[in-house]
Design a protein around this ligand. Structure first.
Ligand SMILES: *Cc1c(COP(=O)(O)O)cnc(C)c1O
Ligand code: SF4
Length: 339
């Protein structure tokens, strides 16, 4: 099983020297204190999908708390190699739904572009952690094939930049991409799926926003936060910049065991997002990707949590509880039994 995992998002060192990222487990242990000791069982997961976390995110983890909800999202664990829970390499059949190496086409009117293979943080539950994004980018390095597909299909009204994380690209590359998408006049909306505003708020500077403004029509930013502790004030300041530039701000989360599977946590997440000008969009059930079964929350528990959330919050603060079923025409809502 381990041998099959040769393709991962494992990036080389980032060319931008200002990126403060921790990849050395010893540095992580050092930061978190003596409560952590190296477990040889985690070595395979470290090699296949290495530890990677920004200093900024690390600063939000409580030293000495082995079950810190942010730590659990980034710490390689032996459970990732549990042979009783093998999982899938491409759980959403994304490779087979491409019109060209970098363009995934599943839903009406929308296409998803694999804009970057890099992430500043490796989320242990990531459903694309084994996806060969690097190969896809090598096959279509300047997005020529993807842009030709977008040009030829005027039914596509919205392009979603995803990855990896699109905001790990340089401002210059983003400006070029945004301008080329803008030249396709049938594309009404540019949407960006990114964790950068949350995990590396220093990335959100005026020049980045200006690069994205090369796309002059509707702009949507979908961030990814799972726990209210992720939303420190620096995150809010970066989000302000996007909002002031006319972006619509949404959040998606993944429902993760021991991280956010309590109604209090989800309610606080929604409230904090709203204080930052962000509306909750999706709460995703975990995809059955290899090495993440230990994060799974049973459907029944998910439905209960969602029902409790609806009983507490205004409707606009309740994210849609969904799962992705390969072949479906949209994300599939998990309907609560009490409705
Ligand atoms: C999730 C996803 C979208 C966007 O779906 P929405 O329901 O509009 O958020 C588009 N394309 C692909 C391939 C996706 O996985
Ligand atoms: S930031 Fe997104 S794409 Fe990158 S590892 Fe995390 S979940 Fe996956």
């Amino acid at each position: 099983m381990i041998a099959k995992l040769e393709r991962t998002l494992n990036p080389p060192e980032h060319p931008d020297g200002g990126l403060a990222v921790v990849t050395d487990p010893a540095a992580l242990m050092d930061r978190l204190g003596a409560a952590f000791t190296e477990d040889p069982a985690i070595t395979p997961s470290r090699e296949q999908f290495p530890l990677r976390v920004t200093r900024s995110f690390l600063d939000r983890i409580s030293p000495g708390l082995p079950h810190d909800p942010l730590l659990l999202q980034i710490l390689p664990q032996a459970a990732e190699f549990d042979p009783r829970a093998p999982g899938l390499l491409d759980p959403l059949d994304e490779a087979g739904r491409r019109t060209s190496p970098r363009l995934i086409r599943k839903y009406h009117g929308r296409a998803l572009l694999l804009a970057s293979a890099e992430c500043s943080i490796h989320c242990r539950y990531c459903f694309r952690k084994h996806f060969p994004i690097r190969d896809a980018i090598r096959e279509d390095p300047d997005c020529e094939q993807a842009l030709a597909d977008l040009c030829a299909d005027t039914s596509i009204r919205e392009v979603i930049l995803s990855g990896g994380d699109p905001l790990t690209l340089s401002d210059r590359r983003l400006a070029t991409l945004a301008a080329r998408l803008a030249s396709l006049t049938h594309i009404a909306t540019l949407r960006i799926h990114t964790r950068e505003p949350v995990v590396r708020p220093a990335r959100i500077q005026k020049d980045l926003i200006e690069a994205l403004l090369e796309f002059p029509r509707r702009r949507v930013l979908v961030i990814h936060a799972n726990h209210p502790n992720e939303l420190v004030p620096a995150v809010g300041r970066g989000l302000d910049r996007f909002r002031e530039a006319g972006f619509h701000l949404l959040n998606q989360s993944v429902l993760l065991a021991h991280v956010n599977d309590e109604v209090e946590v989800l309610a606080e997440l929604s409230e904090t997002l709203f204080s930052d000008g962000v509306l909750p969009y999706y709460l995703h059930l975990l995809d059955p990707v290899q090495g993440s079964a230990h994060f799974a929350v049973p459907d029944e528990r998910a439905r209960t949590l969602h029902t409790e959330l609806r009983a507490r919050l205004p409707g606009y603060l309740v994210p849609r509880l969904v799962r992705e079923i390969p072949g479906a025409h949209s994300k599939t809502p998990l309907v609560s039994g009490s409705e």
